[in-house]
Design a binder for this molecule. Structure first.
Ligand code: HEM
Length: 198
């Protein structure tokens, strides 16, 4: 059933969290203040889902749903970027002026967000078949920056409200942390059968 879902429907599903925000922001620009939260959360959630595709595929090789996720992970990555861009727009509307932006730029909880977003931009721009073909091996190297963006997003979230964001950040990132640890074990530490030498 999942594999028959058209990619257009997936875009609709990914856009659903943003739909109620449109009338809110049109009728009252002050609503931007409340919209910073959900857009940041959905950016992080979609990034996490995209990151889970490869390890889930390795763990559940025979199942269809990890293959579906693997095939569509680019959709989740692009959705993460779009929600992060909305998050940034609402933040800028909320804060209201360039001096105010610059005044808090140096704070750990803020520059980590900017740094994560700076990594998101080249990832989103190259998230297409043409870039993948043109860049060849460099494309894979660039994609690995996702891990840097994930660490920065985790720190950004955790450091909010005097590190009061740590618990929700941990809840969301635990699957990525566990599955990344499993991947490291699988590739580098897993006991392998010793080959007999002739
Ligand atoms: C572009 C630069 C960014 C800035 C200036 C920024 C700023 C902020 C601010 C001020 C908050 C606190 C909102 C509040 O308490 O009212 C916040 C929350 C958050 N941001 Fe960002 N952010 C940025 C990028 C990102 C990115 C790239 C992500 C994820 C991919 C992200 C994910 C989050 C999350 C998950 C929260 C917590 C939402 C909650 O309170 O539940 N942010 N951000």
């Amino acid at each position: 059933m999942l594999s028959r879902l058209s990619p257009y429907w997936l875009w609709v599903v990914l856009a659903l969290p943003a739909l109620p925000m449109i009338p809110q922001i049109i009728s009252d620009p002050a609503a931007a203040k409340q919209l910073v939260h959900p857009t940041g959360e959905f950016a992080a959630r979609f990034m996490i889902i995209a990151m889970l595709a490869t390890p889930l595929m390795m763990l559940f090789r025979t199942r269809r749903w990890p293959r579906w996720l693997m095939h569509h992970r680019r959709h989740f990555g692009v959705a993460a970027f779009v929600y992060a861009a909305l998050h940034l727009c609402f933040y800028l509307i909320k804060i209201g002026s360039l001096p105010a932006v610059l005044a808090e730029f140096g704070q750990f909880r803020i520059w980590t967000g900017w740094a994560a977003f700076a990594i998101f931009v080249p990832l989103a721009v190259t998230s297409n078949n043409l870039a993948q073909r043109l860049m060849r091996q460099k494309w894979k190297t660039l994609q690995r920056l996702t891990y840097g963006a994930a660490v920065l997003t985790f720190l950004h979230w955790a450091a909010l409200k005097d590190w009061g964001g740590l618990a929700p950040a941990l809840v969301h990132f635990t699957p990525v942390i566990l599955l990344s640890a499993w991947r490291i074990w699988y590739w580098y530490l897993r006991p392998r059968p010793v080959r007999a030498t002739a």
